[in-house]
Design a binder for this molecule. Sequence first.
Ligand code: IPM
Ligand code: MG
Length: 363
Amino acid sequence: MTHKLMILPGDGIGPEVMAEVRKVLSWLENDAGIAFEIEDGLIGGASIDAHNDPLTDDTLDQCRKADAILLGAVGGPKWADVDYNIRPEAGLLKLRKELDLFANLRPAIVFDALVDASSLKPEIVKGLDILIVRELTGGVYFGEPRGIEDLGNGQRRGFNTQTYTTSEIQRVGRVAFDLARKRDNKVTSCEKANVMESGKLWREEITALHKAEFSDVELEHMYADNCAMQLLRNPSQFDVIVTDNLFGDILSDEAAMLTGSLGMLPSASLGNPGSPGLYEPVHGSAPDIAGQGKANPLATILSLAMALRYSLNEGQTANQLEQAVQGVLNNGTRTPDIMAPGCSEVSTSAMGDALIRALEKTL
Ligand code: IPM
Ligand code: MG
């Protein structure tokens, strides 16, 4: 069986970290006997430069036909002044929306070897393993009406619409409850039901879903601002956090920073069964360090592990890859972002090579 992969390196450090993923893919083909059919495409600024469009219909069609899509990162100062509708981020948002990738899984894991990289005290973050399930195709990101209107008298009004329907809340809620059952069996649902009707509905629908289908899972509701505070105070109280698109965007950055190593965190965006998943590192395009061999490729490599697990039915290989990442960290191999005293600092490509050596040891 051949797995069809679509690779979208994107902008900034995207192509560099993706080059290391390609090394891993060749290793998996040659040494682990897993067959891939790989296609490449442009997204974000790279696609704007080539086609004046951050995601062309042809690339979107290729993505639809894949089993999994691996993405590097989009955006950068070079495209700060392009028309708002064709900015690099619009390509990513279109991909999420067109493929109906409504559930965004963002794990925040503190690796033992990196516990000192966190800005929080080691005793607060040691062993941390939480999963944010962010709704990804609804809410204020896509709600209509939206726009900027002229009110006259030199006044303008910018507006967006926060909207959620029962089924949008239920489907992402199901993903969160299902995943919690395979973990520590607890879901924290976050909204602002004290201020927003969409939050009130969110809370009511999650409560009803829990009662009907998941009463074996522990459920807790929390206002999103309190969640932001609790993540810093005592992050280990959380197992799975389910929340809307905007709160999820913010809370997942906060959770990522708890680990002290944005360069280590993968993500998966999943849609309905049978449609391809999208896998990307949580870090952005980091234009300030692009092209210098400083980027950490491990988040993108761990995103490949998530693809193997969630889209390609190769869970064992995913475990093997994650084990190799642990091995590399335990050896003291570090890119600059996770460098620590007594460790050896390596380039992006040397990190990829070290990972391949660690993979060899897992055979
Ligand atoms: C993310 C990013 C995106 C978002 C941007 C690049 C559009 O911040 O994936 O979290 O806001 O969703
Ligand atoms: Mg974000």
